[in-house]
Design a binder for this molecule. Structure first.
Ligand code: HEM
Length: 497
């Protein structure tokens, strides 16, 4: 027996405790399926099997638990206290090893980058999510929302399958706002981007569930080739967008050079006409980022910006369909605050829609678009609960389980937006609700996401009542980069008179 290493789990260094207590007395350590500790627990499971396995572990352990697999110790967090400690820990800003599986797709953009590179990129991008810039995006969100409802023009009622339509809406929105490119004439390419994005998601889950593929060499040799085409399609799409925006920006700058005096500051020019991508192109001119860097960030913003919001919107519409009274509350509030011609549908008015906000928040509690986040230790790290994690320990924060942990939520499976009334939040643990993560590496796009989601919901609710077609309880969830499900999710739209 070696006290420092867990040999059968591929030489995983053991976790220690500060006061020398046996680990088993501090936290659950579920036994693995084979003698190789937990290395093969997920082997042979499909995406739904992986999702169910994780939920079962949480139900059985009831507290954050520890496992050993393939050379790593892996700390699985399902409670708010430890999530808060980890998300705010100055030494825990590096993403876990499974994010390496995203490298062929996103390389090391702001989501996957570490240390200095992350700091630099995060600073560069933070400026682009300023209130004034988001404010400029509002008319695009309204126009795209109107395009969404126009699909049902002339119909008094229709049953609508949501996934593709919402993904098209959010992809159009991110391309036009962040990238400054209207997808209209590239619609077919956008559809192909989304199809191939899903293929990449499949490759991710295939790697997670087969530890043999955790090794890059093995994966590259036996599986990577199947996903080459998918990667090429998504990368070609983002490259085309960058190339188009470069031309448009150059034309814009040319025009302004010709019409403005020599003293005009180029930064002012930049501020006046803004797509997030312009910041990156301008930073390239200043030598702060190169072309590959721009590609990394465009791929990251596009993937993070379209998939997450479309999932949250899908569940918000599904919940609207099922909870008619809640839908009515949202509708009444919209009628009180937003003109029928949408002329005052701006950021200021959106903040008045409190009930709609609670509704979306409760939706993201039950259906967090990113159900799991990962960190890893880059050196031995002590947590405030007395655990000492060795270097390269993997930490999985199970947002899905924290959001349904009965320690923080009464009847956690029930949909109750009033949980988010200020008086009901007062005594709740601050990290019991973390759909956008928290701490230094929180979601950079959370205000953008709320603005976009509220705008579409307002525009839909103004015109339609939403009726149920499927029961949310019947949905079979799957693990993916984001929350996935097997079912076709539909609602019925009935035009308001
Ligand atoms: C409902 C919508 C969204 C949800 C639930 C969401 C959630 C999250 C979460 C949980 C993280 C942390 C991920 C991790 O630690 O692995 C994250 C990071 C990030 N999100 Fe979002 N997100 C949403 C929308 C957006 C949008 C619209 C954008 C961009 C326009 C965006 C851009 C990013 C970026 C760039 C990061 C990486 C930040 C960093 O590591 O510094 N997200 N998001």
């Amino acid at each position: 027996v070696n006290k420092d290493y867990y040999i059968l789990a591929g030489l995983a260094r053991r976790v220690r405790t500060k006061d020398g207590r046996p680990l088993e007395s501090m936290l659950p350590m579920p036994k693995g399926r084979t003698i190789f500790a937990n290395s093969f627990d997920l082997f042979g499971k499909d995406a739904a099997g992986v999702f169910e396995h994780l939920r079962k572990q949480a139900r059985e352990c009831r507290e954050s638990y520890l496992q050993y697999a393939m050379g790593w110790s892996s700390y699985n967090v399902i409670d708010a206290h430890n999530a808060g400690n980890i998300l705010n820990h100055p030494n825990l800003i590096s993403k876990s090893a499974i994010y390496n599986f995203l490298h062929p797709f996103l390389r090391t953009g702001v989501l996957t980058a570490t240390e200095k590179k992350w700091h630099k990129r995060r600073n560069m991008l933070t400026r682009t999510f300023h209130y004034d810039i988001l404010n400029q995006f509002q008319e695009i969100f309204v126009a795209e929302s109107l395009k969404f409802v126009d699909q049902f023009e002339g119909q008094n009622e229709c049953t609508v399958s949501l996934k593709d339509r919402l993904a098209r809406f959010t992809l159009n929105s991110i391309c036009e706002t962040a990238m400054g490119i209207k997808l209209d004439e590239m619609a077919e390419k956008g559809d192909r981007y989304r199809e191939n994005f899903l293929r990449i998601d499949e490759s991710f889950i295939r790697r997670i569930s087969n530890p043999l593929f955790w090794d890059d060499c093995v994966y590259n040799l036996f599986a990577a080739r199947e996903y080459e085409t998918a990667l090429k399609v998504v990368h070609d799409f983002s490259s085309e967008i960058i190339a188009k925006r470069r031309v448009l920006l150059e034309e814009e700058l040319e025009y302004r050079r010709a019409t403005q005096t020599a003293d005009d500051d180029m930064c002012v020019v930049r501020k006046k006409r803004f797509a997030m991508l312009d910041t990156l192109i301008c930073a390239e001119k200043d030598g702060l980022i190169d072309h590959i860097g721009i590609c990394e960030e465009v791929d990251t913003l596009m993937a993070e910006g379209y998939d997450t919001t479309s999932i949250s919107l899908l569940f918000a519409l599904l919940n609207m369909s099922v909870y008619a009274e809640q839908q009515e509350l949202c509708y009444q509030e919209i009628q009180e605050n937003i003109e029928d011609d949408l002329s005052n549908l701006n950021m200021g008015q959106l903040t008045r829609l409190r009930h709609l906000e609670y509704f979306i928040k409760e939706t993201m509690r039950l259906y967090p678009s990113i159900p799991i986040m990962g960190r890893q230790t880059i050196e031995e790290t002590e947590l405030d609960n007395g655990l000492i994690l060795p270097k390269r320990s993997q930490i999985n924060i199970h947002v899905y389980d924290i959001h349904r942990n009965p320690k923080y939520w009464d009847s956690p499976e029930e949909f109750r937006p009033e949980r988010f009334l200020p008086e009901n939040c007062q005594n709740r643990h601050a990290y019991a609700y973390i759909p956008f993560s928290a701490g230094q590496r929180n979601c950079i796009g959370q205000k953008y996401a709320m603005q976009e989601m509220k705008t579409l919901l307002v525009v839909i609710l103004k015109q339609f009542r939403i009726l149920p077609v499927i029961d949310p309880k019947s949905i079979v969830f799957q693990t993916g980069i984001t929350l996935r499900f097997k079912d076709t999710i539909k609602v019925k739209l009935v035009r308001r008179q």
